[in-house]
Design a protein around this ligand. Structure first.
Ligand code: PLP
Length: 426
């Protein structure tokens, strides 16, 4: 069956033919391909075409697809059963590993997705402070919980409905939004609403409005504001956790949040999320405390095995230095190709995460990201796809490298870009 035939079938059976909106290619146009298998830096579609993959299952596959160590850990775990509904040893090892690697986390609770992690974290922030308002940033995405689908990034942004129908007004009213990377705006908001704010949630490197790193001192400034007004600082590290550095963005920038949410990499490609933080906060979660949160499959033994195998691999000496160097090779290379063609282009990168913008400006705000040339991006995307390079199918998503991407893969990507850049301009 071809990609097209599968998509036609899927359209009849699933909303938009997919189980998660951005996969449908709506923002770049055309039809998605259907992956038959993945290995290392590559995906192969059902028609046998190979793609160098810079999406990495939207972040988790930091050691490449189908890594033998991760696969073997899963195979071993499967032999002992798929789910127990009782505590299992791998959950304890997972909690120990996260607590060891992320200094702000004293205790952790495993869940099944990033969305669950962020929803639970704000419940904890509200329960612990007795306040109801949450602050988030325009263009940041924290999953599809009602409180977060207000001026949200990722698919919500590309669909032109950053605030989703179906979110009750009463709920949306409790979410205050701010422009990212604008500390003065945060100071004004806290001066007015500080006493009502339970928590401020932020992607410490924004990855759902393309990739935008925080300005120098910005995260520190937010830390001070939250402390001054008694609000909890929540770092949503679902994307950045174990991606931009072993200890996440908080280690990279040296800022300690009160709560952190995780997902993606900690599941090794299985459906996993987690939230954690200071002991006195986490002890308020049921059954230790009164704030309720639960999950039939949370801490699943197979998912824990996959995540633990991946967390072991990324602790290899020099892992992040190599990943960052390769990411730089890619973004510098793309910049040189664009410059050679006289195309307005700029890039951002932190660790193994990057952003591409069709604009001359260095992008550090949502307004700049959304002002970059989306039509050029879309033509570039299709030019690359045709030549076997898969970038995220939207101008508002970060890209990801893995340790499986070789210098040859990057050289092949730049070769494809030489033609795709020209197509972008035409
Ligand atoms: N938070 C961030 C920063 C994300 O990037 C995402 C997903 O991309 C989520 C939360 C939601 O995670 P999930 O899709 O696993 O629910």
């Amino acid at each position: 069956m071809t990609n097209h035939e599968l998509f036609q079938r899927a359209l009849q059976l699933m909303p938009g033919g997919v189980n998660s909106p951005v996969r449908a290619f709506k923002s770049v146009g055309g039809e998605p391909f259907f992956t038959a298998r993945a290995d290392g830096a590559y995906l192969w579609d059902v028609e046998g075409k190979r793609y160098i993959d810079y999406v990495g299952s939207w972040g988790p596959m930091i050691v490449g697809h189908n890594h033998p160590k991760v696969r073997e850990a899963v195979e071993r775990a499967v032999r002992d059963g798929l789910s127990f509904g009782t505590p299992c040893p791998a959950e304890v090892t997972m909690a120990e590993t996260i607590v060891r690697l992320v200094p702000s986390v004293d205790m952790v609770r495993m869940v099944n997705s990033g969305t669950e992690a962020t929803m639970s974290a704000i419940r904890l922030a509200r329960g612990a402070t007795g306040r109801s308002k949450i602050v988030k940033f325009e263009g940041c995405y924290h999953g599809h919980g009602d409180s977060f689908l207000v001026k949200a990034g990722s698919g919500a942004l590309t669909f032109g409905v950053p605030t989703s129908p179906g979110v009750p007004k009463a709920n949306a009213d409790l979410t205050l939004t701010l422009p990212y990377n604008d500390l003065a705006a945060a100071q004004v908001l806290f001066a007015e609403h500080g006493a009502d704010i339970a928590g401020l949630i932020i992607e410490p490197v924004a990855g759902n409005m393309n990739c935008i790193p925080p300005k120098d001192g910005y995260l520190q400034g937010l830390r001070e504001l939250c402390t001054r007004y008694g609000a909890l600082l929540i770092f949503d590290e679902v994307m950045t956790g174990f991606r931009v550095a072993l200890g996440g963005a908080q280690a990279h920038y040296g800022v300690k949040p009160d709560l952190t949410t995780f997902g993606k990499i900690i599941g090794g490609g299985m459906p996993v999320g987690a939230y954690g933080g200071r002991r006195n906060l986490m002890e308020q979660i049921a059954p230790a405390g009164p704030i309720y949160q639960a999950g039939t499959l949370s801490g699943n033994p197979v998912a824990m095995a996959a995540g633990l195998a991946m967390l072991e691999l990324i602790q290899a000496p020099g892992f992040y230095d190599t990943l960052a160097a390769r990411t730089r090779l890619l973004t510098d290379g793309l910049q040189a190709v664009a410059d050679g063609e006289g195309i307005p282009f700029s890039t951002n990168r932190v660790g193994g995460m990057f952003g591409l913008f069709f604009t001359r400006e260095k992008v550090d705000s949502y307004a700049q990201a959304t002002a970059a040339d989306v039509t050029m991006f879309n033509r570039f995307f299709h030019g690359m796809l045709e030549r076997g390079v898969y970038l995220a199918p939207s101008a508002f998503e970060a890209g990801f490298l893995s340790s499986a991407h070789s210098d040859d893969d990057i050289a092949a990507t730049l070769e494809a870009a030489r033609i795709a850049m020209r197509l972008a301009r035409s």
